[in-house]
Design a protein around this ligand. Structure first.
Ligand code: CAO
Length: 557
């Protein structure tokens, strides 16, 4: 009887795929899960395994064709189990191996291996529910994945369980034939309770197969390496698509079970979880078997290549057009300050989930005070400006709202609260933006801050700032009001968690006591890191700043 294999669903909105390689030929006998095609969609390159078994009587597509989802790819004739002799199978395997070296040790084949040996040690092994984590004593069995008579290998998942923390698959730690399953779906199993009894299989297969495959592996390794490097290169060419590719591959595997990579289920799962396509990983174990370490080192290398090659966070620079086509152009190397600013701000923008909160402060009264005390501050050698006053107000606010005076350590999942109050001031220079820091602003009065602000701004413009003077900031202020503007959205100066943008103070009609009166209003923009600061905290902080500008006496309370 003829059976048709059609191109399966490939994911949402994917209707066609390009056939990169047809791996089988007419006359081949294929089994369920054997790879038959390598295809490329606009999102990923993936292998297509068969979901049926039989002898290929007709291949309807060729390399380079475009096939539609649902299109007939192969016609197969059902074969008698006996007809599936080892000889042709071996031939086919070798052919396939030339194209796809890692296919040689599929799960299907691994499951067959012990059958060949059939060497039972005679011993039985009681598999007990392993430790599941601190304070977890039992788990609900949501699924039993094996039954009596099944041949299973070390690392095969045998149960799916649910604790109060997670749902996980439990892999077995020995190979053998299931004699008895002592637990049912829906039951509770205690840690240490015997859940499955197996008849142990002597693990001679590993050694033998290693010997058999040794020569093949050496040759295949070379091909595999070249293939894998090519894939990494192509991945680097299309970094923005990495997430798409991973997503599609995952979607795809939901429909077509992942039984291709020569790796244990736990390694495959780990690889999936960290977004690595296991087919790109070269295994260092016997027969190219992929270990946890192989996946980790692949991911590490990929990350290094990405950051070296691109200098940006996970986003490649788009190729530039030839601008000279449209007119005269001049290329100029970036200054060091510009390079650093570009890298630092790209990093902050990519990593920090930014939100900007706006508000306005009525600084009419403050302006009167500023003018009144200006001469005094002038005499002391400073200039009493709204920036200097804001430094003092922010130093006070940081003490009242400690989550604005911290940094986040995402690696350790910790928040670092600082018990000092250093404020960075963005200074506009002809070489670009510099952010010197006023240290311990909480311990200085407004006159001292005004003097220091004048000094560091002058040093910044005269290229006299030391590195030390630009380090250690907890919060930044960027005042563009001297130049103009209404509102803007400043970028948080990572690893700080918030920044105050100040725009130009202007007289506006404000409705007060039943009439419109002219008031000097200062627009403020507070950008913050939403990982650590919530919207409600942000507006409370900004309101406190606004009220302190409107009534400086408030700071003394
Ligand atoms: N609204 C209205 N007027 C303002 C103002 C505001 N928000 N901020 C400052 N001014 C006024 C000052 O009162 C001063 O006026 P007078 O000379 O009449 O007194 C004038 O503008 C210039 O002020 P200043 O710049 O000398 O002093 P400052 O302390 O307010 O600012 C500094 C110091 C270093 C912040 C500022 O010179 C500067 O470089 N600003 C640019 C910051 C920047 O580039 N940010 C962008 C970072 S992101 O790209």
């Amino acid at each position: 009887m003829a059976i048709e294999f059609k191109l399966p669903e490939l994911g949402e909105n994917i209707e066609t795929a390009q056939i990169v390689k047809v791996v089988v030929s007419e006359g081949d006998v294929i089994k369920e899960d054997d790879i038959i095609l390598e295809i490329e969609t606009d999102k990923a390159t993936v292998e297509v395994p068969s979901d049926i078994s039989g002898k290929v009587s007709k291949v309807h597509v060729k390399d380079g064709d475009t096939a539609k989802v649902g299109q007939v790819i192969l016609t197969l004739e059902a074969v008698d189990a006996k007809e599936e002799k080892p000889e042709p199978k071996e031939e086919k395997k070798q052919e396939v191996k030339k194209e796809e070296p890692k296919k040689e040790e599929t799960n299907v084949e691994r499951k067959e291996a012990p059958k060949k040996k059939e060497t039972l040690s005679g011993g039985t092994y009681e598999f007990k529910l392993p430790e599941l984590g601190e304070n977890i004593e039992s788990a609900d069995v949501t699924s039993v994945l094996v039954k009596a008579g099944d041949q299973i290998n070390e690392d095969d998942p045998v149960l799916e369980i649910e604790t109060d923390k997670a749902t996980v698959e439990v892999p077995i730690d020995k190979s053998g034939k299931v004699r008895e399953v002592k637990i049912k779906e829906g039951q509770k199993a205690k840690v240490g309770e015997t859940v499955i009894v197996i008849e142990l299989t002597e693990d001679v297969s590993e050694e033998e197969s290693q010997h058999e495959k040794k020569e093949e592996v050496v040759e295949e390794k070379k091909e595999e390496k070249v293939e894998s490097e090519k894939k990494v290169e192509s991945e680097l060419q299309s970094i923005p698509q990495i997430s798409d590719e991973t997503y599609t591959a995952r979607q795809f595997k939901k429909e077509l079970p992942d039984k291709i990579a020569p790796a244990s289920p736990s390694v495959r799962r780990f690889s999936r979880e960290i977004g690595i396509d296991i087919h790109q990983v070269s295994g260092s174990g016997p027969g190219g078997r992929i270990s946890f370490e192989d996946v980790k080192s692949f991911a590490k290398n990929l990350n290094e290549k990405i950051s070296k090659g691109k200098g940006t966070i996970g986003v490649s620079a788009e190729p530039l057009p030839d601008f000279s086509k449209w007119g005269e152009v001049k290329r100029e190397e970036m200054s060091n300050i510009r390079k650093k600013t570009a890298e630092h701000l790209s990093y902050a923008w990519s990593v920090i989930p930014h939100v900007t909160q706006f508000d306005k402060a009525d600084i009419t009264e403050l302006e009167k005070l500023r003018k009144h005390y200006s001469k005094e501050v002038d005499a002391a050698g400073g200039k009493l400006t709204v920036t200097a006053i804001l430094v003092k107000i922010i130093a006070e606010a940081l003490q009242k709202f400690p989550q604005f005076n911290c940094s986040i350590d995402m690696e350790k999942k910790e928040i670092i609260y600082k018990n000092y109050f250093n404020i960075g001031i963005a200074v506009d220079t002809d070489r670009g933006l510099l952010v010197p820091v006023i240290k311990n602003a909480d311990k200085k009065n407004v006159t001292e801050i005004s003097i220091e602000l004048g000094e560091i701004a002058a040093k910044a413009r005269d290229k006299k700032l030391s590195l030390e003077e630009m380090q250690g900031g907890n919060f930044s202020i960027s005042n563009l009001g001297g130049i103009g503007g209404t509102y803007f959205t400043p970028i948080v100066n990572s690893p700080e968690v918030a920044i105050l943008g100040v725009s130009r103070g202007n007289y506006e009609p404000v409705y007060k006591d039943g009439e419109f009166v002219p008031r000097l209003m200062l627009p403020l923009s507070l950008s913050y890191d939403h990982r650590i600061i919530d919207g409600a905290d942000a507006i409370r902080f900004l309101r406190w700043v606004v009220e302190s500008l409107e009534n400086p006496f408030r700071m003394l309370l």
